[in-house]
Design a protein around this ligand. Sequence first.
Ligand SMILES: [Zn+2]
Length: 272
Amino acid sequence: MNAVSLLCDIIGQAGKVAAQAYRDDARYGALLDAGLLQGDGLVQSVLCESCDVPHDAEIVFEGGSYGYFCPDLGLVSVERADLVAVRPDLAALVEHLHAAFECQPGGISQLGPQTWRVGLVDTPGGRAVVYFHTCLQTDDDLVSLGNALRAEIRRDYVLVVSAAGQLPYRDASICNLAEMVQVDLGAARLRKIVSVAEAVGAPPRPTGGRPSVYRERLHSLLADRVAQGVAEDGRNAEADAVLAAYVARFPHDPAPSRVTVQRSVSKFRTGS
Ligand SMILES: [Zn+2]
Protein backbone atom coordinates (compact mmCIF):
# COMPACT_ATOMS: atom_id res chain seq x y z
CA MET A 1 0.00 0.00 0.00
CA ASN A 2 2.06 2.91 -1.28
CA ALA A 3 0.36 6.23 -0.50
CA VAL A 4 2.32 7.74 -3.39
CA SER A 5 0.11 5.83 -5.85
CA LEU A 6 -2.89 7.76 -4.48
CA LEU A 7 -0.93 11.01 -4.85
CA CYS A 8 -0.21 10.06 -8.49
CA ASP A 9 -3.92 9.48 -9.03
CA ILE A 10 -4.76 12.93 -7.62
CA ILE A 11 -1.98 14.69 -9.59
CA GLY A 12 -3.29 12.96 -12.72
CA GLN A 13 -6.64 14.71 -12.20
CA ALA A 14 -4.82 18.04 -12.72
CA GLY A 15 -6.66 20.22 -10.27
CA LYS A 16 -8.44 20.14 -6.98
CA VAL A 17 -10.39 17.06 -5.96
CA ALA A 18 -13.07 16.43 -3.34
CA ALA A 19 -11.51 15.14 -0.14
CA GLN A 20 -14.69 13.22 0.62
CA ALA A 21 -13.79 10.38 -1.77
CA TYR A 22 -10.57 9.73 0.13
CA ARG A 23 -11.39 10.48 3.77
CA ASP A 24 -11.58 6.80 4.73
CA ASP A 25 -8.40 5.89 2.82
CA ALA A 26 -5.40 5.50 5.17
CA ARG A 27 -3.13 6.64 2.35
CA TYR A 28 -4.94 9.99 2.28
CA GLY A 29 -4.03 10.70 5.91
CA ALA A 30 -0.41 9.78 5.23
CA LEU A 31 -0.27 12.28 2.35
CA LEU A 32 -1.81 15.03 4.51
CA ASP A 33 0.66 14.31 7.33
CA ALA A 34 3.58 14.59 4.93
CA GLY A 35 2.26 17.92 3.60
CA LEU A 36 1.85 16.47 0.10
CA LEU A 37 -1.81 17.53 -0.05
CA GLN A 38 -3.20 20.88 1.01
CA GLY A 39 -6.74 22.17 1.57
CA ASP A 40 -8.11 24.28 -1.26
CA GLY A 41 -11.59 25.64 -0.44
CA LEU A 42 -14.63 23.79 -1.70
CA VAL A 43 -15.31 21.89 -4.90
CA GLN A 44 -17.59 23.71 -7.37
CA SER A 45 -19.45 20.69 -8.67
CA VAL A 46 -20.36 17.16 -7.66
CA LEU A 47 -21.46 13.98 -9.37
CA CYS A 48 -25.15 13.33 -8.59
CA GLU A 49 -25.61 9.61 -8.04
CA SER A 50 -29.01 9.90 -6.35
CA CYS A 51 -31.07 9.67 -9.52
CA ASP A 52 -31.20 7.25 -12.47
CA VAL A 53 -28.71 9.02 -14.73
CA PRO A 54 -25.54 10.14 -12.91
CA HIS A 55 -24.68 13.72 -13.90
CA ASP A 56 -22.41 16.57 -12.87
CA ALA A 57 -24.13 19.36 -10.97
CA GLU A 58 -22.91 22.77 -9.86
CA ILE A 59 -22.90 23.51 -6.14
CA VAL A 60 -25.20 26.35 -5.03
CA PHE A 61 -25.56 28.05 -1.65
CA GLU A 62 -29.26 28.51 -0.87
CA GLY A 63 -31.01 29.38 2.38
CA GLY A 64 -27.87 28.92 4.46
CA SER A 65 -26.89 25.50 3.17
CA TYR A 66 -25.09 23.89 0.25
CA GLY A 67 -26.75 21.82 -2.41
CA TYR A 68 -27.25 21.25 -6.10
CA PHE A 69 -30.13 20.96 -8.52
CA CYS A 70 -31.04 17.55 -9.91
CA PRO A 71 -33.57 17.42 -12.78
CA ASP A 72 -35.33 14.49 -11.09
CA LEU A 73 -35.01 15.30 -7.41
CA GLY A 74 -34.90 19.10 -7.31
CA LEU A 75 -32.65 20.74 -4.76
CA VAL A 76 -30.43 18.13 -3.05
CA SER A 77 -28.59 19.37 0.04
CA VAL A 78 -24.94 18.46 0.68
CA GLU A 79 -22.89 18.70 3.87
CA ARG A 80 -20.15 21.31 3.69
CA ALA A 81 -17.64 18.72 4.95
CA ASP A 82 -18.35 16.66 1.83
CA LEU A 83 -17.34 19.56 -0.40
CA VAL A 84 -13.90 20.26 1.06
CA ALA A 85 -11.29 20.16 -1.69
CA VAL A 86 -7.61 19.30 -1.66
CA ARG A 87 -4.90 19.70 -4.24
CA PRO A 88 -1.37 18.28 -4.44
CA ASP A 89 1.32 20.55 -3.01
CA LEU A 90 3.83 20.07 -5.82
CA ALA A 91 6.41 22.44 -4.32
CA ALA A 92 6.38 20.34 -1.14
CA LEU A 93 6.60 17.16 -3.22
CA VAL A 94 9.73 18.45 -4.98
CA GLU A 95 11.34 19.32 -1.62
CA HIS A 96 10.55 15.79 -0.41
CA LEU A 97 12.04 14.26 -3.59
CA HIS A 98 15.18 16.38 -3.24
CA ALA A 99 15.72 14.93 0.25
CA ALA A 100 14.71 11.36 -0.65
CA PHE A 101 17.15 11.19 -3.59
CA GLU A 102 19.92 12.76 -1.47
CA CYS A 103 20.49 15.52 -4.01
CA GLN A 104 23.31 18.01 -3.59
CA PRO A 105 22.22 21.08 -1.61
CA GLY A 106 20.24 23.63 -3.61
CA GLY A 107 19.21 23.39 -7.23
CA ILE A 108 15.42 23.21 -6.78
CA SER A 109 13.66 25.36 -9.37
CA GLN A 110 10.26 25.46 -11.08
CA LEU A 111 11.00 25.48 -14.81
CA GLY A 112 7.50 25.42 -16.28
CA PRO A 113 3.84 24.94 -15.39
CA GLN A 114 4.33 21.17 -14.99
CA THR A 115 8.08 20.93 -14.47
CA TRP A 116 10.54 21.27 -11.59
CA ARG A 117 14.26 20.65 -11.33
CA VAL A 118 14.62 18.46 -8.22
CA GLY A 119 18.41 18.51 -8.03
CA LEU A 120 21.71 16.91 -8.95
CA VAL A 121 22.97 13.50 -7.86
CA ASP A 122 26.50 12.18 -8.30
CA THR A 123 26.47 8.60 -9.55
CA PRO A 124 29.45 6.31 -10.19
CA GLY A 125 28.96 6.94 -13.91
CA GLY A 126 28.64 10.73 -13.79
CA ARG A 127 26.31 13.47 -12.74
CA ALA A 128 22.55 12.94 -12.99
CA VAL A 129 19.93 15.68 -12.97
CA VAL A 130 16.47 14.81 -11.68
CA TYR A 131 13.29 16.52 -12.86
CA PHE A 132 9.67 16.15 -11.78
CA HIS A 133 7.09 16.60 -14.54
CA THR A 134 3.45 16.09 -13.51
CA CYS A 135 2.22 13.92 -16.40
CA LEU A 136 3.70 12.32 -19.54
CA GLN A 137 0.52 11.11 -21.20
CA THR A 138 -0.02 13.38 -24.22
CA ASP A 139 1.94 15.24 -26.90
CA ASP A 140 1.13 18.47 -25.01
CA ASP A 141 2.86 17.03 -21.93
CA LEU A 142 5.98 16.33 -24.02
CA VAL A 143 5.95 19.85 -25.52
CA SER A 144 5.60 21.33 -22.04
CA LEU A 145 8.57 19.25 -20.82
CA GLY A 146 10.67 20.23 -23.83
CA ASN A 147 9.97 23.93 -23.29
CA ALA A 148 10.83 23.68 -19.60
CA LEU A 149 14.16 21.88 -20.22
CA ARG A 150 15.28 23.99 -23.20
CA ALA A 151 17.70 26.17 -21.23
CA GLU A 152 18.93 23.45 -18.92
CA ILE A 153 22.60 22.46 -18.76
CA ARG A 154 23.30 19.03 -20.25
CA ARG A 155 24.37 16.39 -17.72
CA ASP A 156 25.61 12.81 -18.04
CA TYR A 157 22.20 11.41 -17.10
CA VAL A 158 18.69 12.82 -17.07
CA LEU A 159 15.90 11.35 -14.95
CA VAL A 160 12.33 12.57 -15.36
CA VAL A 161 9.95 11.42 -12.62
CA SER A 162 6.28 11.67 -13.57
CA ALA A 163 3.04 10.96 -11.71
CA ALA A 164 1.11 9.61 -14.71
CA GLY A 165 2.19 8.25 -18.07
CA GLN A 166 5.64 7.26 -19.29
CA LEU A 167 5.93 8.64 -22.84
CA PRO A 168 9.59 8.55 -23.91
CA TYR A 169 11.48 11.85 -24.03
CA ARG A 170 14.81 12.11 -25.89
CA ASP A 171 17.49 10.24 -23.93
CA ALA A 172 15.99 10.85 -20.51
CA SER A 173 15.10 7.94 -18.26
CA ILE A 174 11.38 8.14 -17.39
CA CYS A 175 10.16 6.74 -14.09
CA ASN A 176 6.82 6.71 -12.36
CA LEU A 177 6.73 8.56 -9.03
CA ALA A 178 5.17 5.62 -7.17
CA GLU A 179 7.91 3.29 -8.39
CA MET A 180 10.64 5.65 -7.15
CA VAL A 181 9.47 6.64 -3.66
CA GLN A 182 7.09 5.66 -0.89
CA VAL A 183 5.78 7.50 2.15
CA ASP A 184 7.81 6.75 5.27
CA LEU A 185 4.81 6.63 7.61
CA GLY A 186 6.62 7.19 10.91
CA ALA A 187 8.59 10.17 9.69
CA ALA A 188 6.00 11.77 7.34
CA ARG A 189 8.56 11.97 4.56
CA LEU A 190 9.35 10.22 1.30
CA ARG A 191 11.85 7.39 1.10
CA LYS A 192 13.39 6.19 -2.16
CA ILE A 193 12.62 2.68 -3.40
CA VAL A 194 15.06 2.95 -6.31
CA SER A 195 18.22 5.06 -6.39
CA VAL A 196 18.75 7.70 -9.06
CA ALA A 197 21.86 5.83 -10.23
CA GLU A 198 19.81 2.68 -10.76
CA ALA A 199 16.96 4.55 -12.43
CA VAL A 200 19.26 6.14 -15.03
CA GLY A 201 21.31 2.98 -15.55
CA ALA A 202 24.59 4.42 -14.28
CA PRO A 203 27.27 1.73 -14.05
CA PRO A 204 27.05 0.19 -10.58
CA ARG A 205 29.80 0.40 -8.02
CA PRO A 206 31.73 -2.90 -7.80
CA THR A 207 29.68 -5.05 -5.41
CA GLY A 208 30.85 -8.57 -6.17
CA GLY A 209 29.34 -9.01 -9.58
CA ARG A 210 25.65 -9.16 -8.81
CA PRO A 211 24.61 -6.67 -11.57
CA SER A 212 26.19 -8.81 -14.27
CA VAL A 213 24.45 -11.88 -12.85
CA TYR A 214 21.14 -10.01 -13.17
CA ARG A 215 22.02 -8.92 -16.67
CA GLU A 216 22.88 -12.41 -17.90
CA ARG A 217 19.91 -14.09 -16.24
CA LEU A 218 17.45 -11.45 -17.46
CA HIS A 219 18.82 -11.64 -20.99
CA SER A 220 18.42 -15.39 -20.98
CA LEU A 221 14.82 -15.18 -19.63
CA LEU A 222 13.92 -12.54 -22.25
CA ALA A 223 15.38 -14.66 -25.07
CA ASP A 224 13.48 -17.72 -23.83
CA ARG A 225 10.21 -15.81 -23.84
CA VAL A 226 10.75 -14.58 -27.39
CA ALA A 227 11.63 -18.12 -28.49
CA GLN A 228 8.44 -19.43 -26.86
CA GLY A 229 6.35 -16.66 -28.45
CA VAL A 230 5.04 -15.45 -25.09
CA ALA A 231 6.77 -12.04 -24.88
CA GLU A 232 4.40 -9.15 -24.16
CA ASP A 233 4.26 -6.18 -26.56
CA GLY A 234 4.39 -3.53 -23.84
CA ARG A 235 7.72 -2.91 -22.13
CA ASN A 236 6.18 -2.65 -18.65
CA ALA A 237 4.01 -5.74 -19.09
CA GLU A 238 7.03 -7.71 -20.31
CA ALA A 239 9.11 -6.45 -17.39
CA ASP A 240 6.44 -7.62 -14.92
CA ALA A 241 6.32 -11.05 -16.58
CA VAL A 242 10.11 -11.39 -16.64
CA LEU A 243 10.41 -10.35 -13.00
CA ALA A 244 7.84 -13.01 -12.06
CA ALA A 245 9.78 -15.57 -14.12
CA TYR A 246 13.02 -14.52 -12.43
CA VAL A 247 11.57 -14.98 -8.95
CA ALA A 248 10.12 -18.36 -9.97
CA ARG A 249 13.39 -19.61 -11.43
CA PHE A 250 15.73 -18.23 -8.73
CA PRO A 251 13.51 -18.29 -5.63
CA HIS A 252 16.42 -18.18 -3.16
CA ASP A 253 18.36 -15.31 -4.76
CA PRO A 254 17.67 -11.59 -4.35
CA ALA A 255 15.54 -10.32 -7.23
CA PRO A 256 16.46 -7.28 -9.35
CA SER A 257 14.31 -4.15 -8.99
CA ARG A 258 11.49 -3.53 -11.46
CA VAL A 259 13.44 -0.60 -12.93
CA THR A 260 16.45 -2.86 -13.60
CA VAL A 261 14.18 -5.37 -15.34
CA GLN A 262 12.51 -2.61 -17.41
CA ARG A 263 15.94 -1.42 -18.50
CA SER A 264 16.94 -4.97 -19.46
CA VAL A 265 13.81 -5.24 -21.60
CA SER A 266 14.70 -1.96 -23.38
CA LYS A 267 18.32 -3.01 -23.92
CA PHE A 268 17.30 -6.45 -25.10
CA ARG A 269 14.87 -4.94 -27.62
CA THR A 270 17.29 -2.36 -29.00
CA GLY A 271 20.12 -4.89 -29.06
CA SER A 272 22.37 -2.64 -26.97
ZN1 LIG B 1 -29.46 13.73 -10.22
